[in-house]
Write a new protein. Structure first.
Length: 338
């Protein structure tokens, strides 16, 4: 753990690969670099290189600063790799707003390495936040003055969506939008866009986004949404993941949400080739045995055609380099074993 009072002053000598990445990025930014290379997460396909301009990163940092009222001297926590957009944007926000930065090697529970300190801004993936909550750490020691604890990079389970007494936001964004462009609180169903972000729908009901972070150009996502009103949308799932079973189009995210409310293990739903159905709905669970659950609840919350035709238990899922479940490779590995 290391505390850096300002990234605008002399940078420290890096003592680990993580700190080397931090220092390298800050040096690039302070040298006036105009373009920065990132890669998509690769959770729905091969990671692809994405170049983002300095202006795009700056616009995102300014927008977040205005949303959360970030001020010089506020404390930000970084425990994500700056090789990916979520971690890099913590650095950009610290550089743009002159924040104090707490550096902790990326891990599942960074708070165990931090002495009592008031943190104003923190970004976690849901698995980190879940681990922190399971550790029974006194969150108020760190976040009683927080302006935002941001959860992103994956779906936030219902078990993590509750009132903590300080602002915790589930964020929506991607590398192409330079991190988050929308958020929702624990008791909101829909995402609310940040000021200056425009949204629309494509012919396939996928979200379209136009914002300063996209150079004020419209980009099309693969996320199926329902726009409730201007600036507010409900995320339905990924177009890439739709399962075509018996002529019906099934969104696996809805099924996953139901099962996650009943069992506390990593899981996902995918379509597996089937002679009769074309694709059959299969639930993949990272466990030796399927945990007990209430089947009546499943049938009450899902249509009969949404109930998985098969449950596959695997000792471990294949992960991407950013620690997300690689559903495509996991399913492929399973199919190669049968």
């Amino acid at each position: 753990m290391r505390i850096l009072p300002s990234l605008l002053s002399e940078l420290p000598l890096a003592e680990s690969e993580f700190e080397q990445q931090v220092v390298k990025f800050c040096q690039l930014w302070r040298s006036g670099a105009k373009s920065f290379l990132f890669h998509s997460s690769g959770s729905t396909g091969n990671p692809k290189p994405i170049y983002l301009s300095r202006e795009q990163l700056y616009s995102s940092a300014k927008m977040t600063g205005e949303w959360l009222d970030l001020q010089k001297g506020d404390v930000a926590l970084l425990s994500l790799s700056p090789s990916y957009i979520a971690g890099a944007m913590v650095l950009v926000r610290a550089l743009v707003h002159d924040l104090v930065l707490v550096l902790v090697e990326p891990c599942q529970n960074p708070l165990v390495q931090i002495p009592p300190i008031s943190i104003h801004l923190a970004s976690f993936v849901p698995t980190q936040w879940s681990t922190i909550l399971d550790s029974d750490v006194d969150l108020n020691v760190y976040f009683k003055e927080a302006k935002g604890v941001l959860l992103g990079g994956a779906t936030v389970p219902d078990s993590l969506r509750r009132d903590f007494g300080f602002p915790v936001y589930e964020t929506y964004g991607m590398t192409e939008t330079v991190s988050h462009i929308a958020f929702r609180t624990w008791n909101q169903l829909e995402f609310q866009t940040l000021a200056g972000v425009q949204i629309a729908q494509s012919d396939e009901n996928c979200l379209l986004i136009c914002a300063p972070m996209t150079d004020n150009s419209w980009i099309e996502t693969r996320d199926v949404v329902e726009i409730v009103e201007p600036g507010r949308f409900k995320l339905m799932g990924r177009l890439d993941r739709i399962i075509n079973s018996g002529g019906l189009k099934i969104q696996p995210e809805k099924i996953e949400e139901v099962y996650r409310s009943l069992i506390n293990v990593p899981l996902f739903v995918a379509g597996v080739p089937d002679e009769f159905w074309g694709q059959k709905v299969v639930l993949f669970v990272e466990a030796i045995h399927m945990p007990d659950y209430d089947e009546k609840t499943i049938h009450a919350l899902l249509h009969s055609y949404e109930v998985p035709k098969q449950v596959v238990c695997l000792a471990s899922f294949i992960k991407t380099t950013s620690a997300k479940i690689d559903t495509l490779k996991t399913v492929a590995l399973y199919l190669n074993t049968i």
